[in-house]
Design a protein around this ligand. Structure first.
Ligand SMILES: Cc1ncc(C[n+]2csc(CCOP(=O)(O)OP(=O)(O)O)c2C)c(N)n1
Length: 339
């Protein structure tokens, strides 16, 4: 991990890196915000307040947080069905997100997208996507636009490891490579596609090797180490912005919950495996790192956590108080009629 050249309020850490204190705390705050949001979504689902299902990002927070921290405001991300974490890491408003998850009118998409299809163009979020692999060509297209118009914007495409078995993955990587498009594919390898373990459907367990087939640099990293994700994505984004083409970063991680809020995950993985990954909880590990190695004050961290708990409770109240959209609105916002 390369040393950071930052000007003020640097924290020396025992592993030799130097980061601004605010930067480190913001990373933790983002991961904690995602965790709280997702915990509360679970509760709302159990109360029957959520139409449809949601796919929990708990356990994978370091990937979205590290990757989005490496982007500029004008860059783009494209998300997946497991998208809440990506959106929060990109700065989406938790009130508008919660309202959307509950199908309410004040949500990002007026309650018509739900958990899996939230779009927030003001944050460069080109959409979550319920179609596995569906976001990959959208991200590649955004990168093509950036190259064509020479805007110097970079797109991060989040995808699960199972999506790399879709045709869209292979077609997109080939095109992005051939045209040196400014796109970084961030693969969240959480080992399961619904209930199917990766080794049952794919010979190679390191997805990053697939990038070689397209002449793209591919690397496998610890996706639970937020600073590792940040450093790796930052380097790839800088290279893409300079016209050096795409990259693929495979982040090994684990979802602590089932595939979606209705899946108890009792049938297809062992309690030992779950315990192994919980020991490597990205939030707990980074909290310990802040206190033990970066010299952060625990009281300050607790205050930060309390403020985020309040924020998420406010988001729930906002979402509950928002009305459902009228039935006639189902036919609005379907086609884009502008130029
Ligand atoms: C094209 C398509 N095929 C199948 C599905 C059903 N499906 C929903 S999520 C999922 C697993 C996706 O696994 P992965 O891409 O690894 O993401 P993860 O859920 O692990 O985050 C499947 C098969 C779908 N939504 N779209």
């Amino acid at each position: 991990m390369s040393a950071q050249k930052r000007s003020s309020k640097k924290k020396g850490t025992s592993d030799g890196n130097r980061y601004e204190e605010d930067f480190l705390k913001n990373l933790y705050a983002t991961m904690y915000r995602i965790r709280q949001f997702e915990e509360q979504v679970f509760e709302l689902y159990k109360l029957g307040l959520m139409p449809g299902l949601a796919h929990s990002y708990i356990g994978e927070e370091a990937v979205a947080t590290g990757a989005c921290a490496a982007l500029q405001d004008r860059d783009y991300i494209v998300s997946t069905h497991r998208g809440h974490g990506h959106l929060i890491a990109r700065g989406a408003d938790t009130k508008k997100m919660m309202a959307e998850v509950l199908g309410k009118k004040d949500g990002y998409c007026k309650g018509k997208a739900g958990s899996m299809h939230i779009v927030a163009l003001d944050k460069g979020i080109l959409g979550a996507n319920g179609i596995v692999g569906g976001g990959i060509p959208i991200a590649t297209g955004a990168a093509y636009m950036a190259k064509y118009k020479d805007t110097k914007q970079v797109t991060v495409s989040f995808l699960g490891e199972s999506a790399t078995n879709e045709g869209t993955f292979h077609e997109s990587l080939n095109m992005a490579s051939a045209w040196d498009l400014p796109v970084v594919y961030v693969v969240e390898n959480n080992r399961y596609g619904i209930s199917v373990a990766l080794d049952r459907v794919t010979k190679m367990q390191d997805i990053a090797v697939r990038a070689q087939a397209y002449g793209i640099g591919g690397v496998t990293i610890d996706g639970n180490d937020v600073l590792k994700v940040y450093e790796t994505v930052k380097e790839a984004v800088a290279s893409a912005r300079e016209g050096q083409g795409p990259a693929l970063i495979e982040c090994k991680t684990y979802r602590f919950k089932g595939h979606h809020v209705g899946d108890p995950a009792t049938q297809y993985r062992t309690r030992e495996e779950e315990a192994f990954w919980k020991e490597r909880c990205p939030l707990v590990c980074f909290r310990d790192y802040l206190i033990e190695k970066a010299g952060s004050d625990e009281k300050g961290i607790v205050a930060l956590e309390n403020a985020i708990n309040d924020e998420i409770q406010e988001a729930i109240v906002f979402a509950k108080n928002s009305p459902y959209p009228d039935a006639v609105e189902a036919f609005e916002d379907i086609y884009f009629e502008g130029r």
